[in-house]
Every structure is written in C-alpha cells, then in structure tokens.
Unconditional design. Structure first.
Length: 276
C-alpha cells in the first residue's frame, strides 16, 4: 500500500527566509534555532529585516486580527525603506479604501462645472438627448443650469442655508468624484492628447514635432471641471457616448433642482360631463 502523502512541505523550515530546506542546509545549532546556514551568515540587522519581510508576505488571508493589524500599521513607518514600502503595498490589499477615505476628508469643492452632450434615460426608460451645463459655487451658493438646446437659456437659483455645502459634500463623499478618472479609467482628457508622447512609437515619427496634434474624432460626451478649497483643480473628460452610473446620478440630482414640483389639483366635474 502506498504511503499517504503529507501536506507538510519536505525539509526543515527557516524562520529568516521563510523557506523549507533540506536538513543538510542547517547546522546542528541552526537546526534547533530554525535558521539555515545561508541566513546564519547574515548580520543581526539583516536577519531581523528578512524576518519582518517574511511575516509581511505571509500574513493570513481575510480579516486581520487586532494584533496583526497594529503590527502592520507600525511597519508603515518602519525606518527600513524596503520594509516600509512592502508594508504599504500589503496594507492597501487589506484596506483598499483607507487612502480614499482619507482624501475625502481633505477635499472641499469651491466650484463645479458639469457639462453634458449625450443621451440619458429618463424614469420611463426613454432615451433623451441632453445638452446642458450645470455650475455650482459653494461661496455664492448659486446653482445654474444652461440649456444649449434652448438657445443657451440659463436658469439660476440660490441654495439657502447649508444646502449647497451639503450637495457638494455628497458629490465628494458619496459619488467620490475625485476618483472617477481611476475608477472609470479616465484621464483629464480621456487619454487624448496627453498620452500622445507615451504612444509616439506607434506612429513611427509620422507626426513631426512642429505639426499640430490632430483632434479626436469623437465629440465630448461629458466633462467635469472642479476647483477645490486647497487650490487644486480637477478636469475629467469623456468621449464615451453614454453616461456612467455616478455621472448619471449627479446629472439627475442637479436636474431635480430645476424641475418644477407637480402640484396636486382637484378635477371638478360638471353635470354635463359624462364618463363611461
């Protein structure tokens, strides 16, 4: 009868490099200390760094215990560059939204411009053309909508109290507009023409440096321009012929401010009216 295979790796484990090696790779003392001959030649500092990296690479999958999390967070500020760099990468795997949530707390929108030239589905599932621009100003609390299909007719209103600040905080914290380029694989100009230098090799020198860069064939579908309170700015442009989920949610939210509320009314019946 064949012997049952064991799931344990063959050899002896080295706690420094984290590898299982043959017994002859260990000295008598190293065997007892779980340190192979190669790692025993390292200095104490090198052994400590190797053990730390080994632990980082072998943290348990899934949810970390409180002790493991605290240990990992301490390694983020480790004085050893390689350890700190690896710890940051590992931390992002376990807590991918930490950096994003930290940025939310730092971003306050002063002005926002949202322009659309595309089609949007309404509540009945009908696809309607949209050609308009919304602007919002946190300081003046003025919200405007310009309808380009209506000869550029502009409507404006003032959001009283903290309504404007609440709206712009919602744009940052719920819609996470600052992450749209990354989440939707968009660049400030949808990769055009900013990335021409990176793709220059594809054209084999077809365009000389003194020639004008050709315009994209597609029309702009929608674009966003933002100025933050910390004086940073953001521009997002999309040439896709449709709205993505969060830009569409922003559109409907802004449009609601300019749609008149439907008033309830009573229908009077006169004696001559008859319904069958």
């Amino acid at each position: 009868m064949a012997k049952k295979k064991s799931g344990r790796p063959h050899g002896h484990y080295c706690k420094i490099c984290g590898e299982y090696k043959a017994n002859e790779k260990f000295s008598g003392r190293g065997h007892a200390a779980h340190i192979c001959k190669a790692c025993s030649r390292l200095s104490a500092a090198e052994q400590a760094e190797a053990m730390t990296i080994n632990r980082l690479m072998n943290l348990p999958m899934g949810r970390l215990s409180a002790n493991d999390k605290a240990w990992l967070e301490n390694r983020l500020h480790d004085h050893r560059p390689e350890v700190a760099s690896l710890a940051q990468e590992v931390y992002k795997l376990y807590f991918p939204y930490t950096e994003r949530n930290k940025r939310k707390k730092q971003l306050i929108i002063n002005t926002l411009s949202f322009e659309l030239h595309t089609e949007v589905f309404d509540e009945y599932g009908d696809e309607l053309p949209v050609n308009c621009r919304f602007t919002a100003n946190r300081i003046s609390r003025v919200l405007t909508m310009t309808d380009f299909d209506g000869d550029g007719v502009e409507q404006s209103l003032i959001l009283e109290g903290k309504k404007m600040s609440t709206l712009l905080r919602w744009v940052v914290h719920s819609l996470e507009i600052f992450m749209w380029p990354e989440d939707y694989n968009l660049t400030p100009s949808q990769g055009w023409p900013d990335d021409w230098e990176d793709e220059e090799s594809e054209f084999d020198g077809e365009f000389e440096s003194d020639e004008a860069i050709p315009e994209p064939e597609e029309d702009i579908s929608w674009q966003v321009e933002i100025a933050y309170a910390d004086h940073s700015t953001q521009e997002i442009v999309s040439y896709q012929g449709y709205l993505l989920d969060r830009p569409e949610e922003l559109y409907h939210a802004l449009l609601e401010y300019f749609q008149p509320e439907q008033e309830d009314f009573d229908v009077e019946y006169d004696e001559e009216a008859s319904f069958s």
